[in-house]
Design a protein around this ligand. Structure first.
Ligand code: P6P
Length: 338
C-alpha cells in the first residue's frame, strides 16, 4: 500500500525539523525548540486572522467589543504573540519586529543564542478585503558569546541560518528553509499540525509572470522601465508576460516561488531604497528564492550580500526565476557602464 503510505506517514513540520536536527549531531535541539515556538505563533495568528472577518459581529481585533473595550489591531496582537512566544522559547537573545521601533533584548535569565527578525503580519492593510497576508521571519546565530548588541542582527542575509513565511490565505501555508532547500507545509486545522505538502520546492528557471506596482512607473529609473517594457513588448517577438500584483508580499512571493516569474519592488525617484525592509522582508524572501534555485538582486548587488546599517532600513528588490532576474541584472550592469 505504498500509495497510501503518505496518508498514514504524516510528515509534520515538527518531525521534519527534528529529522533535520539529526543531520547536526552536535545540536542540542535549541533550533528545533525555537522553530516550534515560531510555528505556535503562526497557528495563533492563523486562527485570529480567520476570525477577523467576523470582527464586526464578535468585536474582535481592531473593533470595539461588546464591552466597548478597544480590541487590539491584528498586527499589534500578532506582534505581541510572536514576541512572547520567542522570549518564552528561551532560545533567543535579540528580536527585531516591523512593529517595534527598537529591538527587543531578551533578559539574561531567558537568553538563547538566536536572533529573530520578523514582520508579524505583513500586508495587514489587506485584511479587511480578505486578501492573503503573512508572517515573514529570518533567524541569525548571535555572532559570538558576548553581550548581545545590534551588530548581531545587522548581518548580511547570507548569514541567516533559516528563513520562512506563513501565508494566511485560503489555507495556512508555512514555507521554510533551514539552508538545505525549501519545503512547504499546510496547516491541517483538524490536527492542528502543519503537514508537508510541498517537498523540496524549486522555482521554474524562467517564468511568464512579472509582479510590480505599475502605478509607480512614472518614477522608475531606466533599467526598471526598460525591463518592464520588455515584459510587455518582448524584443524577440515572444509572447508578453502576464502581470499579477496582489500588493501583499507573502502572496506575491508565494505565487512567484510556485509558478515562476519575477517580483519587483524597485527604488524610484521618490524613494530610492524602495519600500520593502531589508531584515524581515528582503532577506528572508531572497534566502528562500536562492534556496529554491532562483535569485535576488537589489539593483546594485546580490541581495543577501547587503550589510544593513539600521534595523528598519529598506532596499529595492528584484527576485524570482533565475533567468528573469538575470535579465534585469544585465540592464543595471549596462547602466553602470554608461
Ligand atoms: P505598494 C504591504 O503593505 C507591503 O508591505 C508588502 O506586503 C507589499 O509587497 C507592498 O507593501 C505593497 O506596496 O506600494 O505596491 O502598495
Amino acid at each position: 500500500h505504498a500509495a497510501d503510505a503518505h496518508r498514514t506517514d504524516l510528515m509534520t513540520i515538527t518531525r521534519f525539523v527534528l529529522n533535520e536536527q539529526t543531520k547536526h549531531p552536535e545540536s542540542r535541539g535549541d533550533f528545533s525548540i525555537l522553530l516550534s515556538h515560531i510555528v505556535l505563533g503562526c497557528k495563533f495568528v492563523c486562527t485570529a486572522v480567520n476570525k477577523a472577518g467576523l470582527a464586526k459581529l464578535l468585536g474582535l481585533a481592531g473593533e470595539t467589543n461588546v464591552q466597548a473595550k478597544d480590541q487590539k489591531k491584528l498586527d499589534v496582537l500578532s506582534n505581541e504573540v510572536f514576541i512572547k512566544a520567542l522570549v518564552s522559547s528561551g532560545r533567543t537573545c535579540i528580536l527585531v519586529s516591523e512593529e517595534d521601533e527598537e529591538a527587543t533584548f531578551v533578559e539574561p535569565a531567558n537568553r538563547g543564542k538566536y536572533c529573530v527578525v520578523f514582520d508579524p503580519l505583513d500586508g495587514s492593510s489587506n485584511i479587511d478585503c480578505g486578501v492573503s497576508i503573512g508572517t515573514i521571519f529570518g533567524i541569525y546565530m548571535i555572532k559570538d558569546g558576548h553581550e548581545p548588541t545590534l551588530d548581531d542582527v545587522l548581518q548580511p542575509g547570507m548569514n541567516m541560518l533559516a528563513a520562512g513565511y506563513c501565508m494566511y490565505g485560503s489555507s495556512c501555508t508555512l514555507v521554510l528553509s533551514t539552508g538545505s532547500g525549501v519545503n512547504g507545509f499546510t496547516l491541517d486545522p483538524s490536527l492542528g499540525e502543519f503537514i508537508l505538502t510541498h517537498p523540496d520546492i524549486k522555482i521554474p528557471k524562467k517564468g511568464k509572470i512579472y509582479s510590480v506596482n505599475e502605478g509607480n512607473a512614472k518614477n522608475w529609473d531606466g533599467p526598471t522601465s526598460k525591463y518592464v517594457q520588455s515584459c510587455k513588448y518582448p524584443a524577440d517577438g515572444s509572447s508578453p508576460k502576464s502581470l499579477r500584483y496582489i500588493g501583499s508580499m507573502v502572496a506575491d512571493v508565494h505565487r512567484t516561488l510556485l509558478y515562476g516569474g519575477i517580483f519587483l519592488y524597485p527604488g524610484d525617484k521618490k524613494s530610492p531604497n524602495g519600500k520593502l525592509r531589508v531584515l524581515y522582508e528582503v532577506f528572508p524572501m531572497s534566502f528562500l528564492m536562492e534556496q529554491a534555485g532562483g535569485q535576488a538582486f537589489t539593483g546594485k548587488q546580490r541581495a543577501l550580500d547587503l550589510v544593513p546599517e539600521k534595523i528598519h532600513e529598506r532596499s529595492p528588490i528584484f527576485l524570482g526565476s533565475y533567468d528573469d532576474v538575470e535579465e534585469i541584472k544585465k540592464l543595471y550592469a549596462a547602466e553602470e557602464q554608461n
